[in-house]
Design a protein around this ligand. Structure first.
Ligand code: 26W
Length: 781
């Protein structure tokens, strides 16, 4: 292998890690160049994944793994006296917020590995998701300049630049291509990310410069570059901001044009586009691609509107990732008119076509009004809104949810009226995760054990084979090796936490882990309350024999999400409270790791005893962290929500710890729910909740904790007290948690058997399965 030669030649020893990283990456890029080029032209019919976010994480180790080079390179590093892990600080592309962006990354990997012609299109943000640190327990954000050491995994393709016009400005979109390797199988896919730049003639204004107006001289360049400057760190609320709309149009329009250009280069007509191209819209963020395609067909290709709409319907498909009302994108139509005047006109035409269709179906005017794609905000509002999800459903062939329950909720509740109009469009595609990154890469020891038992390592491309490991659940030699591997992973994590957080944790304690974006519906607060409950229980002698537990959190809060930031501060205060208590701290410890990201997740999911998946039933569309823990042999402590339901189905509810109200009951429950009643009847819950206002912990005078308290008791912005049913589920949650604690303490073998059975049942949650389902039933590849 000449990559190792190259490393040796460069005399790695004298190079700083980023130089080694660069040399190695460039060598790999050279190695794959021919296959990559061939893959691009190999297929007739192709699919494209349009996503505002791709949460790729580190490329270097993953690419070596997929090429089967890890062992060779590790050895070369060792021989050169170099640290293989030193490249960890060099690159980590966090071009996404959470689940939606990471799913996109897993999908590309699975497509490459499975031999599917799927490529990704997105934005090359200069700054990825902010870096998080804690100062005095409060979240602080810093910019994430992810290419500061260069970007050897991307190739700039100047020749494919696209000119884009807004109502008030013009910009160039320059593509950067990243190879998606997946497997050494000659199907190397591409993630094409667009970067915004000024037109060359506008880049710099010499007239302004000559007048001494130096800032103004580069004003055009700055406003163009602003479009791809920064990932919006918001993963639930739609804010309706101008720059965000510019971003959405920027990559959607550039990508549509890129696809059309290639299609024409292949000598095909635009009428034939649907025969060769299928585009998956990752949530509504890229939905503006629809009016853009229609516009191009009308303005440049001479289609009439209804022909153009028909083409678009055959090309596009839409995935919904959230049922949270505040996340649904509705753009103020006046903003659309200002920034995208021609798109505005097309959207109005789509709306007219829809209204016409509805009249033909015989719907009442009132009903039609309630469904319009462009509609007044309310009878007493002068704002008119463009409903992106409605446009998506009307203008696509397939609409899908991301877990069985989620799709059911879309059909019967959130999108019920649309389901009744277009039942044939609705499908479920339960999410998945790539086994390459989420076990082979992050858990080499467990992967090794599995490969030995299965006789080869090919199972990472055929995860259903794990099933046959169930028969080893009663083999004590197998289970004790499995337990030893987990113990070793816990030790490795403990060392990492010591280095990065300055906190000592005991690897022999239970590792109870909740890692995901900070959001009220995910209920980190429920976890925090239960910890306080145990704290008081131990301190006051009610809780005996509590097995020492380390409660680990990792979560970023949207910078403007005040209540979520209050929850972070609260958990950090609880951590300090316990740490300062000599009698309790032997039994429990709370660690909130800083800057939780994909790379941290790789270290955490392999070291967990308990996977916390505790969202209010009916709120988490799917969850994918839950699958990562499961695959690495962890029991789920969870509600019957999202994919947790399918996890419990696959692994057996008896091998997990399920608690809480179920989705179908909650609507009824919430009608008469009175959290203050619980508070007045249950002194232990009272005690715990009152830490928010009785001075047990301090929010530094910000009022954050008081606000949290009143949101639960009286109801704040939701006007519903405790909208996410934290107190309602509290007792059943605590009970389940104590059950795990006792099982771990008293029936360790049984506990590990449960863990093992979870791993052996995780086959369904490979994104290879998900991609095959999309390819067969939506993209028809
Ligand atoms: C407009 C602001 C905004 C930005 C991002 C609204 C909503 C989003 C995403 C849809 C949020 C998201 O990441 N959803 C998650 O998608 C995952 C992949 O399908 C699911 O597993 C998670 O349950 C869902 O929360």
């Amino acid at each position: 292998m000449n990559i190792t030669d190259m490393l040796m030649h460069k005399n790695a020893k004298n190079l700083p890690p980023h130089e080694i990283h660069k040399t190695l990456s460039e060598a790999v890029m050279g190695e794959i160049a021919v296959d990559w080029r061939k893959s691009a032209v190999k297929y007739n019919r192709r699919a494209f994944y349009f996503s505002m976010e791709f949460l790729m994480g580190r490329a270097v180790y993953n690419n070596l793994l997929c090429l089967g080079l890890t062992d060779d390179i590790k050895k070369a590093f060792f021989d050169a006296g170099e640290d293989f892990t030193a490249m960890e600080d060099i690159e980590d592309a966090a071009l996404g917020n959470g689940g939606l962006g990471r799913l996109a990354a897993c999908f590309l990997d699975s497509a490459a590995a499975g031999g599917y012609p799927l490529d990704g299109y997105g934005i090359r943000y200069k700054y990825g998701l902010f870096k998080q640190s804690f100062e005095n327990g409060f979240q602080k954000e810093a910019p994430d300049d992810w290419t500061r050491h260069g970007d050897p995994w991307s190739v700039r393709r100047e020749e494919d630049a696209v000119l884009l016009e807004y109502g008030d400005m013009k910009v160039r979109a320059i593509p950067y291509d990243m190879p998606i390797i997946g497997r050494k199988n000659e199907n190397i896919r591409t993630l094409r990310l667009w970067q915004a730049e000024a037109l060359r003639e506008n880049e710099f204004c010499f007239e302004a410069f000559d007048r001494g107006e130096y800032l103004r001289a580069s004003e055009n360049a700055v406003s163009a570059e602003n479009i791809s400057r920064c990932l919006y760190p918001n993963d639930s609320t739609h804010e309706g901001l101008k720059l965000r709309l510019r971003q959405e149009y920027f990559f959607s329009a550039a990508s549509v044009r890129d696809i059309i250009k290639k299609h024409k280069q292949n000598g095909k007509t635009m009428q034939e586009l649907p025969d060769y191209v299928s585009i998956q819209l990752n949530d509504t963020h890229p939905v503006v691609a629809i009016p853009e395609l229609i516009r191009l067909l009308i303005d440049d290709e001479g289609f009439d509107f209804s022909e153009a709409l028909n083409v678009s319907r055959k090309v596009f498909n839409y995935t919904n990732h959230t049922i949270m009302a505040e996340a649904l994108e509705k753009w103020d139509i006046e903003l659309v008119r200002e920034i995208l005047p021609r798109i505005y006109e097309v959207c109005l035409q789509i709306n007219e076509a829809f209204i016409g269709d509805m009249y033909i179906r015989g719907l009442s005017a009132e009903k039609i009004n309630s469904l319009r794609i462009v509609s007044r905000e309310s009878s007493h509002s002068s704002r008119t809104l463009l409903h992106m999800a409605r446009m998506a459903i009307y203008c696509t062939s397939a609409v899908n949810g991301v877990a069985e329950l989620h799709t059911e909720i879309l059909k019967t509740d959130v999108l019920n009226e649309w389901y009744e109009l277009y039942p044939e469009k609705f499908q479920n595609k339960t999410n998945g995760i790539t086994p390459r990154r989420w076990i082979a890469l992050c858990n080499p020891a467990l992967s090794g054990q599995i490969s030995e038992l299965l006789g080869d390592g090919e199972w990472i491309y055929d995860l259903d084979r794990l099933k046959s490991l169930k028969k080893h659940a009663d083999d004590s030699a197998v289970i004790s090796r499995f337990a030893a591997i987990k113990r070793e992973n816990k030790k490795t994590l403990a060392d990492y936490i010591k280095t990065h957080e300055g906190i000592l944790v005991n690897p022999d304690s239970i590792f109870d882990i909740q890692i995901k974006r900070l959001h009220e519906y995910k209920r980190q607060l429920l976890n925090a309350f239960s910890i306080l409950y145990f704290y008081f229980g131990i301190k006051e002698g009610r809780l005996k024999d509590f097995y020492p537990t380390t409660f680990i959190f990792g979560a970023k809060s949207a910078p403007a999400y005040t209540r979520a930031k209050g929850i972070i501060k609260y958990i950090n205060e609880i951590a300090a409270l316990i740490e300062n208590d000599k009698t309790v701290r032997e039994y429990m410890k709370v660690v909130f790791v800083q800057n939780y990201n994909v790379s941290y997740a790789e270290k955490l999911v392999v070291a967990a005893d308990i996977s916390e998946q505790i969202s209010t039933a009916g709120t988490e569309a799917s969850g994918t962290g839950n699958m990562k823990f499961m695959l690495n042999g962890t029991v789920t402590l969870g509600t019957l929500d999202g994919a947790n339901i399918e996890i419990a189905e696959e692994a057996g509810a008896e091998n997990n710890y399920i608690f809480g109200a179920v989705s179908k009951d909650l609507k009824e429950i919430m009608k008469s729910y009175e959290p203050r009643k619980i508070l007045s009847e249950d002194p232990l819950i009272f005690r715990v909740l009152h830490t928010l206002i009785d001075g047990t912990v301090s929010d530094g005078g910000t009022g954050l904790f008081r606000e949290l308290y009143f949101a639960l008791t009286d109801g704040a912005s939701w006007h519903v007290p405790d909208h996410y049913y934290v107190l309602g589920d509290f007792n059943s949650y605590v009970k389940a948690k104590l059950q795990i604690n006792a099982d771990y303490r008293d029936k360790r073998d049984e506990f590990y058997k449960k863990c093992w059975l979870n791993m052996a049942s995780a086959g369904k949650f490979s994104s290879d399965r998900t991609i095959k389902d999309y390819a067969d039933n939506i993209w028809k590849l």
